[in-house]
Design a protein around this ligand. Structure first.
Ligand code: OSB
Ligand code: MG
Length: 369
């Protein structure tokens, strides 16, 4: 395949409700989409970098900038290109994994659309539907949280994840456990809001039989996570800290986590995500598919990844209407607590031209003529 052009497209999609985490509140997703134009057809990628650098150092404008200046020119210079070559070609540029992941995704989509193979088949999916969990933001009050969780359970979600932060942890978790019972699959995500000095508070969560606690400490606190893991019974799961297969291997060997959240964007792409899956599976470590409030394009790829055999816990792979009233693709819907894994060529979904244009705030085609 020859890459002939790369379109950067910003879309702005209002969330159905504000999403509050320990690092901030989002009311709209300002997403950077990329479209690879090749001699074999086009392909779509979605950059998960949020508008502001609070979850991680990357942010959407920064991702667009590094693509434009450094990444896309390297891909355009290649005579022939396939998805496997994207990461090696971009390796001289340090970091910027979310930007690199989006480009690799677009090239892989173009390649698979051309060959007629689905993301799921290419990655090695073992099933055609995956269980849907839902990530519930920090609420105004405990009664409001209970209402929100009740609504999701009515819709059929099979696992609830509560966002926590200092001051919003033991009480909301206790209330949800009390109201919905011991059978509810329940976990929490701190987005790095605690320090080791909070181990006493976090140990109080042991009483609620949580599936896991996600990223309690800072991204670079691997050693501290290992120490915390010895002080609490709830299994520690890492999200922000797992930036590559190497980081995952380090975390497992250090005892920093027993479970891994895999997000392809955070680790530089779906190929690296699959390597983390393979590593964890070989070590008997459970993984699950995280999310970054993706549009239908990123969601399609996440569902393919979540269908791999090592994804033994439900992911943050929720239905489109949990996020958006109007998505750029046909919406993904819940069916008995599950989402269908797309099986068409490439991502198996395509942007709806009219809706995409209405949601688009800027486009730019590289190289500039
Ligand atoms: O930490 O998993 C996270 C959303 C944006 C950034 C970080 C995270 C999240 C979520 C929601 O928890 C996941 C989703 O439903 O897409
Ligand atoms: Mg997380």
């Amino acid at each position: 395949m020859k890459l002939e052009g790369l379109e950067l497209r910003r879309v702005s999609i209002p969330l159905v409700a504000p999403f509050r985490t320990s690092f901030g509140t989002e009311t709209v997703r300002d997403i950077l989409l990329v479209r690879a134009v090749t001699d074999a057809g086009e392909g779509w990628g979605e950059c998960v970098a949020p508008a502001e650098p609070h979850y991680s150092s990357e942010y959407a404008d920064g991702a667009a900038d590094v693509m434009r200046r450094f990444l896309v020119p390297r891909l355009l210079a290649a005579d022939r290109l396939d998805a496997q070559q994207v990461a090696p070609l971009l390796a001289p540029v340090k970091g910027h994994r979310m930007a690199k992941a989006a480009l690799e995704m677009a090239v892989l989509d173009a390649q698979l659309r051309a060959s007629g193979e689905s993301f799921a088949a290419y990655l090695g999916a073992a099933r055609d539907r995956v269980p849907a969990g839902v990530s519930v933001g920090i609420a105004e009050s405990v009664p409001a949280l209970l209402d929100t969780v009740a609504g999701y359970l009515d819709q059929g979600y099979v696992r609830i994840k509560l966002k926590i932060e200092p001051g919003w942890d033991v009480a909301p978790v206790a209330a949800v456990r009390q109201r919905f019972g011991d059978d509810l699959a329940l976990q929490v995500d701190a987005n790095a809001a605690y320090t080791l000095a909070d181990a006493g508070t976090l140990a109080k969560l042991d009483a609620f039989d949580l599936l896991l606690i996600e990223q309690p400490l800072a991204e670079d606190d691997l050693r501290e996570h290992a120490e915390l893991a010895r002080l609490i019974r709830t299994p520690v799961c890492l999200d922000e800290s797992i930036t590559s297969a190497k980081a995952a291997a380090d975390a497992l060997m250090l005892g920093a986590c027993r479970i891994v959240n895999i997000k392809a964007g955070r680790v530089g792409g779906y190929l690296e995500a699959r390597r983390i899956h393979d590593l964890c599976r070989a070590h008997g470590v459970a993984v699950w598919c995280g999310g970054m409030l993706e549009s239908g394009l990123g969601r399609a790829a996440n569902l393919a990844l979540a269908a791999l055999p090592g994804f033994t816990l439900p992911g943050d792979t929720s239905a489109s209407d949990r996020y958006y009233a109007r998505d750029v693709t046909e919406p993904f819907t819940l069916d008995d607590g599950h989402l269908r894994v797309p099986d068409g060529p490439g991502l198996g979904v395509t942007p709806l031209a009219g809706v995409l244009d209405e949601l688009t705030t800027a486009t730019e085609l590289l190289p500039v003529a």
